[in-house]
Design a protein around this ligand. Structure first.
Ligand SMILES: Nc1ncnc2c1ncn2[C@@H]1O[C@H](COP(=O)(O)OP(=O)(O)OP(=O)(O)O)[C@@H](O)[C@H]1O
Ligand SMILES: [Mn+2]
Length: 270
């Protein structure tokens, strides 16, 4: 006779930490004197008063994304380190805890996504919406052709001061926001043309076709990237904006903050 609990024991045995994703207070309570492993709570708010807590700035419907994000956040907060064995306990179907996975914290797969969402000046939901437009554009291109795009998100007043128009601004008198499906179509359409999109902290599209003129002094971006990426890096050093860039030449999505590259990923793998 084989016992199911024994068969599944390897999901939990000998792990360095247990990650609880949005546990209820009573569920968290049950882990309060757990032997041998640390307990880390990952949730939008620390309602359960956990001492080891990672904030989720937005709900990731996809559990894999949620877990990936939580682990990156834990590494950034020093709550996990490279090579740690982790058991993650979450709710996939929305009705209480129903999912247990075992994974390893991996510094190499550290994409920078936690930093992008948690530490940007703009609203995390706005960053997500822009990020998703960039990913989608990267996957599909414009009418099948690879396309590049540059989105500068947050601190829009300052960004406008450090840039000039290349053409008339189609968003001049409009009050449209990222995340609106029609706006996303417009963003994709206008990405065929030159320059950058400027987006406010709250997601308002302030302008398209901006030519950025930040001072590039002291900006250290990886060699081989061109003028678009240099401008993206530099504007985030001169302002508190975050830049999200889709490269036309290598198809990767990159993000810059404080003049530095913080994220680089392949839309196809996302
Ligand atoms: N300072 C800038 N502000 C806004 N847009 C810029 C700026 N410099 C370049 N671009 C835009 O980037 C486009 C591509 O330029 P370039 O090839 O030098 O950049 P890149 O970093 O190599 O980007 P890609 O990987 O997409 O080719 C230009 O056609 C222009 O639309
Ligand atoms: Mn280029």
């Amino acid at each position: 006779m084989t016992d199911l609990t024994e068969l599944l024991e390897n999901l939990v045995s000998g792990v360095d930490a247990v990650f609880l994703f949005s546990p209820s207070g009573s569920y968290y309570e049950r882990f309060s004197d757990l032997n041998g492993s640390d307990v880390v709570v990952v949730a939008p708010d620390n309602n359960v008063g956990a001492s080891d807590f990672v904030e989720l700035p937005l709900e990731f419907d996809n559990v894999k994304d949620r877990i990936r994000f939580g682990i990156e956040g834990a590494i950034d907060h020093g709550l996990a380190e490279d090579g740690d064995e982790l058991t993650c306990i979450a709710s996939m179907f929305g009705d209480g805890i129903d999912t247990v996975t075992r994974t390893r914290a991996n510094e190499e797969s550290h994409s920078g996504i936690y930093d992008l969402f948690a530490n940007s000046r703009a609203d995390p939901g706005v960053i997500r919406d822009v990020f998703e437009v960039a990913i989608e554009l990267g996957k599909k291109g414009q009418k099948g052709k690879p396309v590049g795009a540059l989105f500068v998100v947050g601190d829009a007043g300052k960004v406008m001061n450090k840039s000039r128009p290349l053409s008339y601004n189609p968003f001049e008198k409009s009050h449209v926001h990222v995340g609106d499906p029609i706006v996303n179509v417009m963003l994709k359409e206008f990405s065929r043309l030159d320059g950058a999109f400027v987006i406010s902290d709250s997601g308002k599209i302030v302008s398209a076709y901006r030519y950025l003129e930040p001072s590039a002094e002291g900006v250290d971006i990886p060699k081989g990237l061109g003028a678009r990426h240099m401008a993206a890096g530099a504007i985030t050093r001169d302002t508190n904006a975050t830049a999200i860039v889709l490269s036309e030449s290598d198809g990767l999505v990159r993000s810059f903050k404080g003049g530095e590259l913080i994220l680089e990923l392949d839309p196809e793998g996302y």
